[in-house]
Design a protein. Structure first.
Length: 81
């Protein structure tokens, strides 16, 4: 098997995924219009993820986040230090 064919076989799944993502974003743009993407904070898990931000919502600002303020409900605090 030639090196060019091997390289094409390795790169083709990534290229196909890129083309599919571009097609889906373009079709979403044609149906819904321009979108704003940003970080959203999930209070239940204490994590952030990238998602579409609505017109009336604000994006999550990491500078305003205090990790010490998050309390995991699954962790029991016995009061022992």
């Amino acid at each position: 098997m030639s090196a060019q064919l091997l390289a094409a076989l390795i790169v083709s799944p990534f290229a196909l995924a890129f083309v599919c993502a571009g097609y889906h974003e373009y079709s979403r743009y044609k149906s819904e219009g321009r979108a704003t993407y940003g970080l959203a904070y999930d209070e239940e898990s204490g994590t952030t993820h990238v998602t579409g931000i609505g017109d009336d919502d604000e994006a999550y600002d990491p500078e305003d986040f205090d990790p010490n303020g998050y309390r995991d409900p699954d962790i029991k605090d016995d009061g022992q230090a």
